[in-house]
Structure formats: structure tokens, C-alpha cells
Design a binder for this molecule. Structure first.
Ligand SMILES: C[S@@+](CC[C@H](N)C(=O)[O-])C[C@H]1O[C@@H](n2cnc3c(N)ncnc32)[C@H](O)[C@@H]1O
Length: 288
């Protein structure tokens, strides 16, 4: 079985001539960039000075306000990551979904999969409470926007996608955005493989975020989570998962235990399935 069949990074694509040269139009990233959170006008003026599109800045602000009202984001660093991320770029696969980038709902991004909605992403991101310097693994790169939020929280973001052409499309998008000036996406390492087995060579991880649904917590992912680490994962039967926060705890005697907490208090949240790679082909799911 070939679990890992493709790894690509900025350098590899650039060397292959695949990263198109775009003039940098966006003010490059720094950890000191802090978008205003006091008024819509101030936020838009700040974003415009960074080089962003005013229409989408307004939509980003309005969705951010809804996230705060709904308690889907509640801390300053997650708020900052939402306000800095050009969500519209990750919905740019076609015009129809591009203009819907800031809607509540998930969006069809092709390949039979979706880009999760901003409220769900906000809550899952806030729950894992990523601190600068921590190593985070995402399973299910999809559109790339979830890892983009993580890239504003730490420089050590790893993301795995099982659909190789989708992984490649999103890798190329990151590279285009980096060339445009969104240098924060250099914090993201990508891989096309079956995420059930994690990313062994980069483990252990402080945090893991799984964005596809499965009926159990994959043992390799739990194993690659640090003691004291936290995973957020949709667990349950097909189309009827509950989003769990799983904490891995090491007792004084060295014994490992886990705790589980439903981040929606029992609400069912359907996710696309956690599929399986067999001999390089996606074949069924990892459900038991
Ligand atoms: C809800 S979608 C995308 C969510 C994504 N984080 C985003 O923001 O667009 C879940 C993704 O998980 C991927 N996926 C499913 N099974 C997987 C596996 N075994 N390993 C890695 N990715 C997987 C799907 O192909 C899909 O792209």
C-alpha cells in the first residue's frame, strides 16, 4: 500500500516552474499585524491599506460579528486569524462560490467535497487554542482555508488531503497567495496522503484538527498527539457526527487517558466521510 504518494512545497513547485510569478500586491505578513476590531470602517480602511478587496473586507467583518455573537470565536488570537484570512481566495474555484465565501453554509468545492462553513471552522479553531510555536496537524485540507486560519496562529501548520489533485490545486493556491504577499501561508506544509495515519515524521503534535467524519478516533492520530495535547474531531455514524474535543492526559504514573467533550453540546454536525486509500486509490472509509 502506498500511503504517501506526493509531497509538494513551495520550493518544489517553484523548481518545477508550477508557481506562477505574481506581482506582490499585499503587504507581507508579520506577527505584529493587528486588524482593528472597533469599527467596520476602521477594519476596512486597515485591510484596504494591506491591499485587500473592500467588498470582501466588508463581508469578512460582518461574518466576524456573527461569529462573535454566536460564540463561535471568543479569544483575540482566533478573532485576529479570522480577520486576516482572505476566505474569498479559498472559494475562488468558480464564480458561483467565490461570491458566497462568507455565507454561513458549507460550499461545494468540487471533487465531491466541501469547504466547511465559517462558524464551524471558527469554533473548531478556537477550541484547540493554538499558541504561537505549537505544532498543529489538520486532516482534510480541502479548500485550504482551515489551515490558513491556523497559519495565523503558529508557523508550524501541517495539513493532509487524500484527494491528490485537490491537494495539488490547494498547494498551488497557497503558492500563488504567498507570491501575492500573503507570506503567512509559508507556515503551512502540505501532503497528499491518507490522514488516518497522521504525519509520522513531523509528530508529535500539540494540536490536531480533523475535518472529515469518522466513527472512532484514529489510534495513529491519538498516538501522534502529545501528552497534554488536544484534538478536535467529528465522530459518529455517516452524516451524523458530533464534534468532539479530545484531550490526551498523562497521569503522574505515566498512564495515558483521554477526556471527550462535545463542542456543540450534543448537536449533530454532518461531515464529508473520512475516506481510505488502498493501493493508491480512494476506497471506502475508515469506519469500523
Ligand atoms: C469538509 S472537507 C474540507 C474541509 C477543509 N478543511 C476546508 O476548510 O475546506 C474534508 C476534507 O477531508 C478530506 N479527507 C477525507 N478523508 C481523508 C483522509 N483519509 N485523509 C486526508 N483527507 C481526507 C476530503 O477529501 C475533504 O477535502
Amino acid at each position: 500500500m502506498n500511503r504517501r504518494h506526493f509531497i509538494a512545497g513551495t520550493a518544489a513547485l517553484a523548481a518545477a516552474g508550477a508557481a506562477p510569478a505574481h506581482a506582490s500586491t499585499i503587504k507581507p505578513y508579520s506577527w505584529e499585524l493587528n486588524p482593528p476590531t472597533d469599527t467596520r470602517d476602521n477594519f476596512i480602511a486597515w485591510g484596504r491599506a494591506r491591499g485587500e478587496d473592500v467588498t470582501f473586507l466588508g463581508q469578512r467583518w460582518d461574518r466576524f460579528q456573527a461569529l462573535v455573537r454566536n460564540k463561535d470565536v471568543w479569544d483575540a488570537k482566533t478573532s485576529r486569524s479570522f480577520l486576516l484570512t482572505p476566505r474569498e481566495e479559498f472559494a475562488s474555484v468558480n464564480q458561483a462560490i467565490h461570491k458566497r465565501a462568507y455565507e454561513h453554509n458549507f460550499l461545494d468545492i468540487g471533487f465531491g467535497v466541501t469547504m466547511s462553513g465559517p462558524h464551524l471552522q471558527g469554533r473548531m479553531t478556537n477550541v484547540i487554542d493554538v499558541k504561537l510555536g505549537e505544532k498543529v496537524l489538520e486532516i482534510g485540507t480541502g479548500s485550504g482555508v482551515q489551515a490558513a486560519y491556523l497559519a495565523n496562529l503558529t508557523e508550524n501548520t501541517y495539513t493532509i488531503e487524500i484527494i491528490a489533485p485537490l491537494a495539488q490545486r490547494t498547494r498551488q493556491l497557497y503558492d500563488r497567495l504567498i507570491a501575492k504577499g500573503y507570506t503567512e501561508f509559508q507556515h503551512i506544509k502540505t501532503q497528499a496522503s491518507d490522514g488516518y495515519y497522521g504525519w509520522e515524521s513531523a509528530a508529535p503534535f500539540d494540536k490536531i484538527i480533523v475535518t472529515c467524519g469518522i466513527d472512532h478516533v484514529p489510534p495513529p492520530l491519538l498516538q501522534q498527539l502529545k501528552a497534554g495535547g488536544v484534538m478536535v474531531i467529528p465522530v459518529g455514524p455517516p452524516g451524523a457526527q458530533r464534534v468532539l474535543k479530545v484531550a490526551k492526559i498523562q497521569g503522574a504514573d505515566g498512564a495515558i487517558t483521554t477526556t471527550r467533550e462535545d463542542i456543540y453540546g450534543g448537536k449533530i454536525v454532518p461531515f464529508v466521510p473520512f475516506t481510505k486509500l488502498v493501493d493508491g486509490k480512494i476506497t471506502g472509509t475508515h469506519n469500523r
